[in-house]
Design a protein. Structure first.
Length: 97
């Protein structure tokens, strides 16, 4: 159910990092690792499963929206996760790294 803005003490801008700002250019990341980075955590940080689910809910749309600035690699194992990284052209455009 929607809530009135007055019900909240404070609101914040909904700004997200670009792939070039968030990801190291020579690394590939899984969705859960990207989710942690978006929250300012280490990509290998331990989080409880409920928190991880919420973080992933934020990360998946970020990957979709930023898809043109990302590359993807096939899983290293048959049932393993895919890996995402910043596309070379995004580094050139952003100059973040």
């Amino acid at each position: 159910m929607p809530k009135p803005k007055e019900a909240f003490e404070e609101t914040f801008p909904c700004d997200f990092y670009t792939p070039a700002e968030l990801l190291e250019p020579d690394l590939l990341y899984t969705i859960p690792e990207i989710a942690r980075l978006l929250q300012g955590l280490d990509p290998e940080a331990t989080v409880d499963p409920d928190t991880e689910a919420v973080l992933i809910d934020w990360a998946v749309p970020w990957v979709i929206v930023n898809g043109e600035d990302l590359v993807i690699a096939e899983p290293l194992e048959e049932n393993g996760p895919g890996y995402y990284g910043v596309a070379p052209h995004a580094l050139e455009d952003d100059g973040a790294h």
